[in-house]
Design a protein around this ligand. Sequence first.
Ligand code: CMC
Length: 432
Amino acid sequence: MAKETVTIIDNVTGKSIELPLRTGTIGPPAIDITTLYKKLGYFTYDPGFMATASCRSNITYIDGDKGVLLYRGYPIEQLAGKSTFLEVAYLLLYGDLPTRPRLDEFTKVISRHTMINESLKNFYSGFYHDAHPMASMVGVVGSLSAFYHDSTDIHDPKHRDIAAHRMIAKMPTIAGASYKHSIGEPFVYPKNSLSYCANLLHMMFSVPSEEYQIDAVAEQALDLIFILHVDHEQNASTSTVRLAGSSGANPFACISSGITALWGPAHGGANEAVLLMLEEIGDAKEIPKYIAKAKDKDDPFRLMGFGHRIYKNYDPRARIIREMCHRVLKRLGDENDPFFELALKLEELALQDDYFIERKLYPNVDFYSGIIYKVLGIPTNMFTVMFAIARTAGWVAQWTEMIAEPDQRIARPRQVYDGSPERDYVPIELRK
Ligand code: CMC
């Protein structure tokens, strides 16, 4: 069967060319423009990648108009209701849901990698006590390659696998250490008999002098949030990981670059920004003023936790997490707490406002995750760190997929140059 093509007619030169269509299993096909420059002498221009598929991938699928999110084909609603974070991490890494023995083995492998080299702990003493935990996390994760030389040969599938396990396993330990450093408490070693999320709570909140009881609701809520955050196809941080990885950089360095991209308030930093915004609004009667600010094109203020580049329908993750948010509030918080009342009132008023309705700006997953974290007693500056822990499994799956591609090459976008045309050097005495 002949490959489907698209005809491009150049109205400037009258030339016409055929470009192949790349069709996936679901979703819109993409025009393969790799030969466009050679054939017509044009680049394509798409800042922000509004209509550009940067790779082929079989990990995650999103239909933003219908509000669909699939991991390896499984709807997020089914995984959120029935699976666990480590099972979903396995699914992303290896393509299929594990059998019981495979999941047990994977869980054991991950738990065996939870400790970090003792020397790595010394890095924290180089950070000032009030360092943002994301700042120390970027540094510490970036330094992992200095410790784990036996997993940095990206061309060896075994090395890639070990690096993936190490990253997933060590992120909670690094997060716990970042937090403990910021509050001046001793680091807590991982306890491998605990589940992934219980271990994180243990490393963040236990102290050597007291017994610490893991709260089952907190553990369950974290596991759900992590499933919802684990991957989201070619978002800014994942694309950053792929871009860094395309040059052959080691996986630890690549994940560290993903963490930096995640930190921005338009991406993973939004959950922290939501809380800071709610604190700034302060009182439900101030909400109309802030909604007006968000609508004012001369004011840079945006309602944090609202809107999404891809979802122009309700974010399916937000629907799931919203329900969990109410459950957690009922069990661990106080639904009548003025802070939570304020959040829920903002959600209600924004959803009724024409500006938000017309632009399809719905609350996104980060609107609710911040509120849950607050009820769980997780400090605001740790919110994006929590996102990074979950997304690490997605990052390593996407990185592994890219490196394993036989025709993988360095990612190197082009540009439309807007600067001065060629000109001659002027000696300093003659410059005006
Ligand atoms: N508050 C007010 N107006 C908004 C908002 C908002 N939160 N988001 C988008 N708009 C307006 C925007 O001004 C524009 O209006 P107009 O058409 O009149 O110019 C229109 O909606 C489209 O917005 P955009 O900026 O072109 O959309 P984008 O796809 O480039 O940006 C976004 C997506 C998520 C960066 C943006 O909605 C935003 O800044 N939201 C707040 C930050 C946030 O919650 N981010 C977390 C995203 S979910 C987690 C993750 O994936 O990391």
